[in-house]
Design a protein around this ligand. Structure first.
Ligand SMILES: [Zn+2]
Length: 67
């Protein structure tokens, strides 16, 4: 953990928003969970309680149609 202030790759425009960080010190939305949510995590729950919507494509999906 540290201060990551550098955003490289794109020039910084003077946007009204300060940054895309999320409030610090959030905890999991689950009432019975005190897991801290990362500042960069946009979810409201920890990984354990987050809606696991991981598609079943691990790796490449098979090419069903080859031109
Ligand atoms: Zn949780």
């Amino acid at each position: 953990m540290g201060n990551q202030t550098a955003i490289r790759g794109s020039r910084t425009q003077s946007l009204p928003r300060a940054s895309q960080k999320f409030p610090k010190g959030r905890v999991c939305e689950h009432p019975d969970c005190n897991t801290m949510i990362s500042t960069y995590n946009r979810r409201e729950r920890c990984w354990a309680h987050a809606e696991m919507r991981i598609p079943r494509l691990r790796g490449r999906k098979p090419a069903s149609d080859s031109a």
